[in-house]
Design a protein around this ligand. Sequence first.
Ligand SMILES: *[C@@H]1O[C@H](CO)[C@@H](O)[C@H](O)[C@H]1NC(C)=O
Ligand SMILES: *[C@@H]1O[C@H](CO)[C@@H](O)[C@H](O)[C@H]1NC(C)=O
Ligand SMILES: *[C@@H]1O[C@H](CO)[C@@H](O)[C@H](O)[C@H]1NC(C)=O
Ligand SMILES: *[C@@H]1O[C@H](CO)[C@@H](O)[C@H](O)[C@H]1NC(C)=O
Ligand SMILES: *[C@@H]1O[C@H](CO)[C@@H](O)[C@H](O)[C@H]1NC(C)=O
Length: 370
Amino acid sequence: MDLILLPQMAYPVPAACYVVLATALVVYAQRHSQPESHVHYAQLGSNVTVPCGSVDQDAPVTWTANSTDLDASLLNGSRLVLQSVDLSHSGQYSCYEGSSWHLKYRVNLKVGLPPKEPVLMCRSNNYPNGFYCSWHLPSPTYIPDTFNITVMHDSKEITCEKEAAPKNRCYIRYLHLFSSKKYKVTLTVANALGSNSTTISFDEFAIVKPDPPENVVAKPISSNARRLLVTWQYPSSWPDPDSFPLKFFLRYRPLIIDQWQHVELTDGTSHIITDAYAGKEYIIQVAAKDNEIGTWSDWSVAVHATPWTEEPKHLTTEAQGAETTTASTSAFVVPPTTRIDSSDEAGSDGAAALSVLLGLLLGLCGIHLI
Ligand SMILES: *[C@@H]1O[C@H](CO)[C@@H](O)[C@H](O)[C@H]1NC(C)=O
Ligand SMILES: *[C@@H]1O[C@H](CO)[C@@H](O)[C@H](O)[C@H]1NC(C)=O
Ligand SMILES: *[C@@H]1O[C@H](CO)[C@@H](O)[C@H](O)[C@H]1NC(C)=O
Ligand SMILES: *[C@@H]1O[C@H](CO)[C@@H](O)[C@H](O)[C@H]1NC(C)=O
Ligand SMILES: *[C@@H]1O[C@H](CO)[C@@H](O)[C@H](O)[C@H]1NC(C)=O
């Protein structure tokens, strides 16, 4: 729609009219300009006092939370006072001036906690290539946190390359192998309410922990009622088995007995269990460790097998891992409810009011809208 201002020539428009019109528009713009929304972080359990912007402390005001009017008992003059805030106090708060309902101040209150001491762990599962460090907070802060990690070695800082996923992890390449100097890793976590940090220091060797052996398979041995053949492979993340051989640890027990038997194997990737109970189903797991350094891996997935019998009672089952695979569940995403922003409402109301006002003024000034 085109609006054309057409002054009527027959009746010269008094200049004063334009002045009034301009003034009205300026006032309108001032009243309906959106005060920027501030963000205010408050600590869980604290008392929060929010002033209504620059409005006088004794001026009559109305506060809303998420567009709902707040009780006057929450006010001290024009200031909003929230006692012992909890998470549900988070939200959009707006302050309107007395009778005119002009929006004077908006604040997005975010209730949270300063971070606790972060938990930091470094590990090499691909020695001698490098190691990664990962971290998490022992409890949530409910507000955004930033993490800063610094790795020092031999008084030089080394870059810890952030990985795309998982986010709380970074990777360091060993620059000097077989170094006797310790690594020192400092993690600082900060948010709007505070910061905390933790430092660990360790030797290159101490953090070596391979991933568990892979493709573990256990099979009965034909015509032998007390034997089981167990085979496995190096963890695929272990880069150089020739230069850095692993040793293995096997544990096995009949399903019906709660006590494990152990065998440590310094060579090879297979083992024959010779003392199995005839006809009993066994559960078997394998762990790995560098021959010289570091610590044992976690246990591999458990496999089940039953020694050979004249008429096999059980078929061998392979990796039980499938059991732990969770069925994919469809996520029921609740559609976000449409939130009506009070300020937008005020905006459209204001627009209607403006057109009425404009029409009135234009009429007074003798201007016709075509
Ligand atoms: C919050 O205010 C109440 C009442 O004024 C007071 O008793 C309490 O100690 C205050 N709490 C904090 C954390 O300041
Ligand atoms: C209101 O705030 C003033 C100034 O901070 C304070 O002295 C007074 O005690 C408060 N009144 C109430 C009822 O909390
Ligand atoms: C405001 O809305 C948010 C999101 O729906 C909610 O979590 C919060 O508790 C509400 N705050 C208040 C004070 O009602
Ligand atoms: C860091 O977190 C610990 C608890 O993990 C806490 O006791 C300590 O006060 C926190 N330090 C700071 C500076 O907030
Ligand atoms: C991280 O911490 C280091 C050392 O404390 C500091 O030099 C660096 O500026 C920090 N980086 C960020 C992004 O805060």
